[in-house]
Design a protein around this ligand. Structure first.
Ligand SMILES: [Zn+2]
Length: 729
């Protein structure tokens, strides 16, 4: 605290009333503009107290500054103290009410200063690519499990072959045991609100683990069974470190868990009339990602935060009752053991058909005698998928099953499949699921990057919508546009994060946001615009964007307020990408850069900075101001036209930037003869301040000028975008 010292007054002279007023206005303006940026109430109060003291110095008139009149000073001080204090507090409070309004003085160059690190490393280059020493560890998986339908239990074993490509010897491995979320004492359970939320889960589950063996690959290596489990993480310690630069280890164990009915809206089981639909995910112990940024990524599985998973080849065998149908990530390896001849024939027909072909028709659901290769006991379904981050599957005796061919740009083919019960059937519902799946995968393959997996399965489930490599769980009650929307969204996730392997648990916007963005173009392309998507009408979101409770997109999903998550992780980043493509860079430059980002980081682990660097390098544009303003802060856009004035034979368009996030300015000029012309003023007009006069060369009379005529940018104040202003018409 700064103490008030009366002796300082001796040197202070107030010459006249005008000077005093000027000082007052200056001071209050200063107090106010700074206090707006102090978001902590305690800090704000301390700050205002400080200026209260300073103002008193300003206000004390010269004759009072005399040490012989101590009593008078004390009285005056008290009176002024109270008055000024009340005044300052009122101003401070008024600052709080304009929290969301972006009262910004000239930022000069603040909005344009460098953002994040710009230097490359040996692992990640400044141009946004994997560097010369980039490494990534991998693991291949073999699982064999059995479904115990009576007790809703999955039981089996896993063998993991782990490859350490990192430059350090690894003394231990961290594995993820996501099923441990479903226990009474898990961190996820203990951090679920009392009233529950979307990520509520059963609490009578969790993994039972046994027979753990870890062994470095090599001659005569000892076997270790040392491990510890902490919540949803398991640390396995081999007898000796896994050597750097290519050393391998195998880890195997037996596991079992009760399949939760409510599995955090990412897995679960649903009873329908003809049986139970099991949606199985997070079902085997999986190695956590060890990377050059965080080391071991061991953030626990709580709720909103999804997954960060390494790549590998998977083979898995699922043994289920004979009357079940299993669909899973990857290719079915033993169709002749689990399908009838007729079903194999239909499958082949579907692989050559752009129209849906039933493998099991609605009439055949319970006709087990004719649709199953045997009539008792169990059947083992064998699947394989390569270069994948995960595998999921669904099993039920209640499935209708249909399929059609997916045509990929290279000429390769894949298969779209749907599995759903009769409750979901119908042309207004899941009867079109395979059509939707095929269209979605074909669109993304055409526009961004070719789909790599042999099958794309859509499963009707009690999960509202959840993505896995080559397989979705979508709401079994979804119909029409909502079924199209969820199917398209979940398949879109095959590009983010399945192909481009980001860390969802920390950077949800890099998969949900990018996916919501690419969904927009998929909607437009589907069936000549059968369904509508108005993401590009970005100003519909300005209500949230000016809400004081909003949070920046970079907020980790588990720390984001539940009612903000949709905007923070999905819509705000998607709007940013729309503005980047449709307004800032244009489709040609944007698409080249974004396709390059996807291709460069396919099956790898980019960080946010790698994305920023890559986009900047390929597009040739420094976008620091945009990344910082849009993804890492609550800044808003507010461009304004102050007026249009004759200037010789030309015009001057007077512009202001009232927002914290600068933007290039797209002007639409309307001439007297009705002709319209567009001009893009670069963002650099705001380099030196928030006012700009644009010299508009015109050889005919200008009658109107409008900023952002297509309303693509989220300008929070549309009232100042036009000249002449609509307000005065
Ligand atoms: Zn999603």
């Amino acid at each position: 605290m700064i103490q008030f010292d009366l002796r300082a007054l001796e040197n202070f002279k107030i010459r006249n009333f005008q000077a005093s007023l000027r000082h007052t206005i200056f001071f209050i303006g200063l107090i106010r503009s700074i206090s707006i940026h102090l978001h902590s109430p305690a800090l704000k109060l301390a700050y205002l107290r400080l200026f209260q003291q300073a103002l008193i110095i300003f206000f004390l008139p010269e004759p009072i500054c005399n040490f012989t009149q101590v009593k008078k000073i004390r009285i005056m001080y008290r009176i002024m103290n109270l008055k000024i204090f009340a005044f300052v507090v009122l101003w401070g409070l008024s600052s709080l009410t304009v929290y969301g309004q972006m009262t910004v003085t000239d930022h000069r160059d603040a909005a344009f200063t460098e953002f994040g690190y710009r230097q490359g490393t040996a692992y990640r280059t400044a141009s946004g690519k994997p560097g010369p020493s980039y490494w990534q560890n991998g693991a291949d998986y073999m699982m064999e499990v059995t479904l115990d339908e009576e007790n809703h239990v999955i039981k089996g074993s896993v063998t993991i072959t782990y490859k350490n490509n990192s430059p350090e010897n690894l003394d231990y491995l961290w594995l993820l045991l996501e099923q441990n979320r479903f226990t009474p004492e898990s961190r996820g359970t203990l951090t679920t609100p009392v009233q529950g939320d979307r990520y509520s889960g059963d609490i009578d589950g969790g993994f039972s683990i046994s027979n753990v063996k870890a062994q470095v690959v090599g001659k005569n290596k000892p076997v270790s069974s040392e491990y510890l489990i902490s919540d949803t993480r398991m640390q396995v310690t081999p007898a000796e470190p896994i050597p750097a630069n290519g050393g391998q280890a195998t880890v195997s164990m037996d596991f079992e868990f009760k399949i939760p009915e409510r599995g955090m809206d990412r897995m679960g089981r649903l009873d329908v009339e003809d049986g139970t639909i099991y949606s199985i995910a997070q079902w085997y112990p999986k190695v956590a990602v060890f990377d050059d940024v965080t080391g071991w990524n061991t953030d626990p599985y709580l709720g909103a935060g999804e997954f960060y998973l390494g790549y590998g080849d998977f083979e898995y065998k699922v043994t289920v009752p004979y009357d079940h149908i299993v669909v899973g990530s990857g290719e079915l390896m033993n169709p002749n053991q689990v399908l009838t001849r007729e079903q194999q024939r239909r499958m082949k027909e579907a692989s050559e058909s752009d129209e849906r072909v039933y493998i099991i028709s609605p009439e055949e659901i319970t006709d087990y005698a004719n649709t199953r290769p045997k009539q008792e006991g169990m059947l083992t379904w064998h699947f394989k998928i390569n270069n994948s981050r995960d595998v999921a599957f669904a099993s039920s005796k209640a499935f209708i099953w249909d399929a059609a061919r997916i045509n990929l740009p290279s000429g390769k083919k894949a298969m779209a499949q749907s599995a759903y019960s009769k409750e979901s059937d119908g042309q207004d519902a899941w009867g079109r699921s395979t059509e939707y799946s095929k269209a979605s995968v074909e669109h993304y393959s055409e526009m961004w990057y070719e789909y790599p997996y042999p099958v794309a399965v859509n499963v009707a489930s009690n999960v509202a919508g959840m993505e896995y490599p080559g397989l979705n769980f979508c709401g079994y009650r979804a119909k029409g546009q909502s079924l199209w929307g969820v199917t398209d969204h979940e398949f879109g996730h095959n590009w983010f994060p399945m192909i481009v392997g980001t860390n969802e648990r920390r950077h949800a916007w890099m998969d949900e946001g990018f996916n919501t963005f690419i969904n927009y173009y998929s909607y437009l392309a589907f069936n000549d615009g059968e369904y509508t998507n108005n993401l590009k009408q970005t100003r519909r979101y300005t209500g949230w964007l000016t809400n004081p409770d909003r949070e920046p997109t970079a907020t980790h999903p588990d720390r984001t307020q539940s009612n903000n998550l949709g905007m923070v992780a999905y819509y705000k980043p998607a709007l940013g990408m729309i503005m980047l493509r449709e307004y800032i860079l244009g489709p040609e430059r944007f698409d080249k850069a974004f396709r390059s980002y996807i291709k460069t980081w396919a099956y790898k682990h980019p960080q946010p900075t790698d994305f920023f660097n890559h986009m900047e390098n390929v597009s040739g544009e420094n976008l620091d101001w945009f990344w910082k303003g849009w993804f890492y802060s609550n800044a808003n856009i507010d461009l304004a036209i102050n007026g249009v004035y004759p200037y010789g034979s030309n015009y001057v368009v007077s512009l202001s930037n009232h927002g914290e996030l600068p933007m290039p300015v797209l002007l639409e000029i309307t001439y007297e003869d009705g002709e319209k012309e567009r001009k893009m003023l670069p963002v650099e007009i705001w380099f030196k301040g928030n006012q700009w006069n644009h010299l508009l060369r015109a050889d005919k009379k200008v009658v109107a000028v409008e900023i952002d005529p297509d309303k693509v940018i989220t300008d929070i104040n549309s009232g100042n975008d036009k000249w002449p202003s609509d307000l005065y018409k």
